[in-house]
Design a binder for this molecule. Structure first.
Ligand code: UN1
Length: 504
């Protein structure tokens, strides 16, 4: 196991390049602190530069020929071992994640479990990288198509699912025969290091998987721009994703982008209100609202609005903020000072916007030890109009806007009236309404009588409009990101046969 090698001193981590744990070329490090209590230093992680990234890409390129020739079932065998290691170390990895990211232990266990599930699921694809065969246009000629590795994959991953999302990308990239350089989010590198170290322990060969930590504008940009990287897969904000996409386009790279959301829960007047309140509570305040699938808008039939708002506010007020390792905590901190400022900034905007009413929360929570972390009270706005900024822009924090509607049609219009299209949900007991909403809502994921969060690994994940660029992670669909098709014609006629010639 890489643990002793990966830590030079107690809290100094290294990059993993070409099968060796190496210090960053400049000797600079970034502190990783606990967002629930910033007095706690989790570790110091390399502030890598273009130089470190270059070495990692070269190591990945050097490892590519042997890895792409390794039979896919054999690649998969190694990945099954990764799954076993993650199971053995699940509790430790979940605790590490809560300390560096802040979300409660139940959720970080879920995050590690998602990495386990994805690893087993996609490792299974090692024996199912099916292509297809077909007849050709001419006699005694046939054709087959197969999935081929693309090359060196540059992966950039976010801090909110710091093991699950890296696994969504690393495992399919590897099973398809690519080699990888990953740049984890600077706020949560430890969880991604834990995953990479598990891959090392499982026997992923040197150079096949490399990790280089650092800032997005430095290490991340260098990875995206590197000419040796053929494929870039990014999850993060829409603004950064667009820059990644532009750079990839300039250098003819394959590029998958998974970006923002402004997800909605629609509640019709025939809904089970208790269930809907539970769904909104979980969707809006789980992970402190820091999911791209978080429910940040509720569109509710006006007849139920008052009752629902009262029920939601009562529940929101009773949520306990605190350290995610404490089993009594419901909601952890937000990730950092910048996020805290951004969220409080939106709450201020919401209060100034025409007629929106702040029903609860709205402040930084600073009582007792909470002052050492970045805590925001669960916040509910009522009487929000669809075009207000708090109802349009991604806040990525524990803030939910309640918007009233008169009908299903109006609810769907409001749902669709944002730039994003990741996840949406409807609470109704009328199957006709549920199906209409499902069909007419412009999102990649839709839930009926369930919240907007909780995607499963064997199903495609991704969104429409500004949420992404048309790819899907999860499911077998992810294989389309990490492999490219080769079409092979075999002519066994023994003579020149000319296609595309009019023989009349
Ligand atoms: C994200 O927030 O980037 O379904 C992904 C969900 C999670 C994935 C969230 N499993 O909410």
């Amino acid at each position: 196991m890489a643990k002793p090698a990966s830590k030079v001193r107690a809290e100094e981590y290294r990059n993993y390049i070409g099968g060796k744990w190496v210090a960053p070329s400049t000797g600079r490090y970034i502190e990783n602190r606990n967002p629930a209590d910033t007095r706690e230093l989790i570790g110091r992680f390399p502030a890598s530069t273009a130089d470190d990234v270059d070495r990692a890409v070269k190591a990945a390129a050097a490892a590519l020929p042997a890895w792409r020739k390794t039979p896919a079932p054999r690649r998969a065998e190694i990945l099954f071992k990764v799954g076993e290691i993650l199971i053995q170390r699940k509790e430790q990895f979940a605790r590490d994640m809560t300390r560096e990211m802040g979300k409660v232990l139940k959720e970080t266990r879920g995050d590690v479990q998602e990495a386990i599930d994805m690893t087993y699921y996609i490792a299974g694809e090692g024996r199912r990288l099916h292509g297809f065969t077909t007849k050709a246009e001419l006699p005694n000629k046939t054709a087959h198509c197969s999935r081929e590795p693309i090359g060196v994959a540059g992966l950039i991953t976010p801090w909110n699912f710091p093991m699950a999302i890296p696994s969504w990308k690393i495992i399919p990239a590897l099973v398809c025969g690519n080699t990888v350089v990953i740049k984890p989010a600077e706020d949560t590198p430890l969880s991604t290091y834990n995953l990479v170290a598990a891959c090392e322990q499982a026997g992923v060969p040197a150079g096949v998987l490399n990790i280089v930590s650092g800032l997005g504008e430095e290490a991340g940009a260098a990875l995206v721009d590197h000419p040796g990287v053929r494929l870039v897969s990014f999850t993060g904000s829409t603004d950064v994703g667009r820059q990644v996409g532009q750079s990839a386009a300039l250098h003819d790279k394959i590029c998958s982008l998974e970006m923002g959301g402004k997800n909605v829960i629609m509640i019709m007047d025939d809904a089970d209100l208790d269930l809907a309140v539970e769904g909104v509570l979980w969707g809006a305040f789980g992970t402190s609202g820091q999911r791209c699938t978080a429910a940040s808008r509720v569109v509710i039939h006006r007849r139920l609005a008052k009752k629902f708002t009262g029920m939601l506010v009562d529940r929101a007020k009773s949520l306990k903020l605190g350290d995610g390792l404490d089993s009594k905590t419901d909601v952890g901190p937000v990730i950092n000072q910048e996020a805290l400022d951004k969220i409080l900034g939106y709450i201020e905007i919401g209060q100034k916007e025409d007629r929106a009413r702040l029903m609860c929360g709205g402040r930084r929570a600073e009582k007792g030890d909470l002052k050492y972390g970045y805590f925001v009270e669960p916040t509910v706005f009522a009487d929000v109009k669809p075009n207000m900024r708090i109802a349009q822009e991604e806040i990525f924090g524990p803030v939910v806007s309640i918007i009233e509607c008169r009908s299903l049609d109006e609810a769907i219009d409001i749902a669709n009236g944002v730039r994003y299209g990741l996840s949406a949900s409807i609470y109704t007991s009328d199957i006709n309404r549920a199906y209409r909403a499902m069909e007419d809502t412009a999102t990649g994921i839709f839930y009926i009588n369930a919240s907007t969060i909780g995607a499963e690994v064997h199903l495609p994940f991704g969104g429409t409009k500004a949420t992404g660029n048309g790819h899907r992670e999860g499911g077998t669909q992810v294989l389309d990101i990490f492999s490219e098709w080769k079409t092979v014609y075999v002519d066994y006629s023994g003579k020149l046969q000319r296609a595309q010639i009019d023989t009349e």
